[in-house]
Design a protein. Structure first.
Length: 316
């Protein structure tokens, strides 16, 4: 049996030697159960990440590196790894070691002995993470589980071990704007959630700012829910109803009390409020139209500029 470990990398030269050492140690523990291949996807790094991957590939034939022609994003890197994974089991994990490789033996046990199709990990604590980011993450999970049909557990990580049939289902979803946490939940299959305590990054710095996480969250909501469009529609219906009653009120006031001149501040506030609602609704619709536009273009998810494998698809 062959197991593929996929690791997206972006400017991770400081942590890669530590990660590789840990992966080989865990692979040694599982050598009686499976053989391993390691696919490192360099997402257009600007540091020495690619050089380190080349050296690892030279000394270890199990190592494959795929280097993008530019930075396409983590979602594209994970998709490239899945497309080129040849294992019966496939795992995805981050390079920063916040996804502990030491969990792999237990993940294998659950997959083989308990009959699951996937073993996914979730953090049960966020110790060491900025409070604002933790609060935003909890709010996001509550919102997306209420308004979408994607099953996303609070604290879910991309770190998971899957059987081949689930990998094939995920790869078959070839949408351009990908949100893997939602895709994993949408395709279904029996999934076991493995909890673990938060682990600090082993080296280097995070590439995710608060606002980049906000943008990523918005991507997930738009990709897996039509509720924002419904909100825009209900805003229009609600304001139409309010305006109808206001017309009746003005007519009644005119008939009973004449037509005293009202102050302009209230009128200005109403105009600004209605204009804001209109722009909000147009913005929501614009987001969906933009996603449709990019999907229709059919651009590739990634372009591989360099690799030590000859059998890969360089554009997909």
């Amino acid at each position: 049996m062959l197991t593929t470990l996929i690791v997206p990398c972006y400017n991770e030269e400081a942590v890669l030697p530590l990660l590789y050492r840990s992966l080989t140690e865990e692979a040694e523990k599982l050598k009686n159960k499976t053989e391993f291949e390691f696919i490192f996807v360099d997402d257009g790094s600007g540091d020495g990440t690619l050089d380190i991957l080349k050296k690892l590939a030279e000394k270890d034939e199990r190592v494959t590196y795929l280097s993008f022609s530019r930075n396409f994003g983590k979602e594209a890197a994970m998709f490239a790894g899945l497309k080129n994974a040849g294992g019966d089991y496939v795992a995805i994990m981050d390079a920063d070691m916040q996804d502990p490789p030491s969990l792999l033996p237990e993940m294998f046990r659950l997959l083989e002995e308990e009959g699951y199709d996937s073993v996914a990990t979730r953090r049960v604590s966020r110790v060491g993470e900025p409070r604002l980011r933790s609060m935003g993450a909890r709010v996001f999970y509550r919102i997306i589980n209420r308004i979408s049909d994607a099953d996303i557990v609070d604290g879910a990580r991309d770190f998971r071990l899957m059987k081949r049939k689930m990998v094939d289902a995920v790869v078959a979803m070839g949408e351009y704007h990908r949100f893997s946490k939602g895709i994993f939940g949408w395709v279904g299959f029996r999934t076991c959630w493995l909890p673990f305590e938060n682990v600090e990054r082993a080296a280097g710095e995070t590439k995710w700012s608060f606002w980049s996480l906000v943008r990523y969250s918005v991507e997930g909501i738009i990709n897996f829910s039509q509720v924002p469009l419904s909100i825009a529609s209900w805003c229009g219906i609600g304001l139409t109803g309010v305006s109808f009653f206001m017309v009746i009120f003005i007519i009644v006031r005119k008939l009973l009390f004449g037509d005293p001149v009202a102050g302009w501040p209230s009128l200005a506030c109403i105009i600004v409020f209605l204009g804001g609602i209109q722009l909000l609704c147009m913005g929501i619709m614009g987001q969906y139209i933009a996603k449709t536009y990019m999907e229709v273009k059919g651009r590739p998810h990634y372009i591989i500029g360099e690799s030590n494998r000859k059998d890969i698809s360089r554009i997909s």
